[in-house]
Design a protein around this ligand. Structure first.
Ligand SMILES: C[S@@+](CC[C@H](N)C(=O)[O-])C[C@H]1O[C@@H](n2cnc3c(N)ncnc32)[C@H](O)[C@@H]1O
Length: 258
C-alpha cells in the first residue's frame, strides 16, 4: 500500500453530500447556540454550504467567517454569498485550520464538518486546540466527521469487503478514523459539557459513495487479486443497477463548551 491521497473532494460532491446530510447539518447549527448578532466560524468551509445557512442564524448584524485552504472553494462560496445578498456579513477567507488568523476568544461559536478526515492525523490535535483558542469561554464548538472504519458495503465476499473498507479508511482518506477521534480530542483540549451523537447514513446509489474510485485504487495498489476485485465490482454494479445497493457509514457529531 502506498502514500495516502490528498483527500480532495469536488464542490459538486460536497453539494450532493449536503443534501444527504441536511438534517445533521441543520441540527448542528442549532447545537452552536447562536444568538442574533453573533460572530461564528466555519473551518474547512468548502463551497459555503454551512456559512450560508449560518447567515440566517446571526442575521445582518452578525458575522459569519468561513476558512478554507482551497481558493476555488472560496470563490464559489463568495459568489454564492453575493447571490444570497449576505456578502455584507458572510466572508470566506483563505487560511489553514491549524493556524487560524484570529485573536483569542474572537468567535461566539465554531463549526467544522468533515475537515479532520482530509488532514493528516498529526494535525487533529493542533486544529482542535486552535478552535478552542478562538472561541469565547462558554461558546460551543461543533465538530462532525466520518468514521470510515464503520463503512459497510453489502457483498457476498465479506472478507474482501473488510479489506477494502480498511484500505479506504487507511489509504484513501488522510484520516479515515477522524470521526471516532473527536471525543478524545475535545476531552484532551479541556472542552466541557461534551455531547456525542452518531448518525448512520445509508447510501443506495453509486453517486453517493466513491466505490468506483475504491475499485480502481484497490486494483492499482493490488489490495487483492484482480479476479476477486473484478467480481466484487461487478456485484456492486449489479446491485446498483437493480436498485438494491446497500452501504452505511457513521457520521459522528461531538460538541463541547470552550
Ligand atoms: C470534505 S470537505 C468538507 C467541506 C464542508 N465542511 C462541507 O461540509 O461541505 C473538507 C474541506 O476542508 C478543506 N481543507 C483542507 N485542508 C484544510 C486546512 N488545512 N484548513 C482549512 N481547510 C482545509 C478542503 O479544501 C475542503 O473544502
Amino acid at each position: 500500500m502506498t502514500t495516502p491521497t490528498t483527500g480532495y473532494v469536488s464542490a459538486e460532491y460536497l453539494q450532493r453530500m449536503a443534501v444527504i446530510a441536511q438534517t445533521i447539518k441543520q441540527a448542528n447549527h442549532k447545537k452552536m447556540s447562536i444568538q442574533r448578532g453573533g460572530c461564528v466560524l466555519d473551518v474547512g468551509c468548502g463551497p459555503g454550504i454551512d456559512t450560508l445557512a449560518l447567515a440566517q442564524w446571526v442575521g445582518p448584524t452578525g458575522k459569519v467567517i468561513g476558512i478554507d485552504t482551497d481558493a476555488n472553494m472560496l470563490t464559489i462560496a463568495n459568489d454564492k454569498a453575493r447571490e444570497q445578498g449576505s456578502d455584507g456579513f458572510v466572508e470566506h477567507q483563505q487560511g489553514s485550520a491549524d493556524s487560524l488568523p484570529f485573536s483569542n476568544d474572537y468567535f461566539s461559536s465554531c463549526h467544522a464538518e468533515r475537515l479532520l478526515q482530509v488532514l493528516p492525523p498529526t494535525l487533529a490535535a493542533p486544529v482542535v486546540s486552535e478552535l478552542k483558542r478562538v472561541t469565547q469561554p462558554q461558546g460551543r464548538v461543533v465538530l462532525t466527521d466520518t468514521d470510515w472504519g464503520s463503512f459497510s458495503i453489502n457483498s457476498t465476499n465479506t472478507q474482501l469487503e473488510r479489506t477494502l473498507v480498511q484500505f479506504f479508511a487507511e489509504q484513501l482518506r488522510p484520516n479515515g478514523y477522524a470521526g471516532r477521534q473527536l471525543f478524545g480530542l475535545m476531552h484532551n483540549n479541556g472542552f466541557s459539557n461534551i455531547d456525542i451523537e452518531v448518525h448512520p447514513l445509508v447510501h443506495n446509489t453509486l453517486k453517493a459513495v466513491p466505490l468506483e474510485w475504491l475499485y480502481k485504487e484497490a486494483s492499482k495498489q493490488q489490495v487483492a487479486s484482480q479476479e476477486a476485485l473484478e467480481q466484487w465490482w461487478q456485484e456492486v454494479q449489479q446491485q446498483s443497477n437493480e436498485d438494491r445497493l446497500f452501504c452505511t457509514v457513521n457520521m459522528i457529531v461531538v460538541s463541547g463548551q470552550a
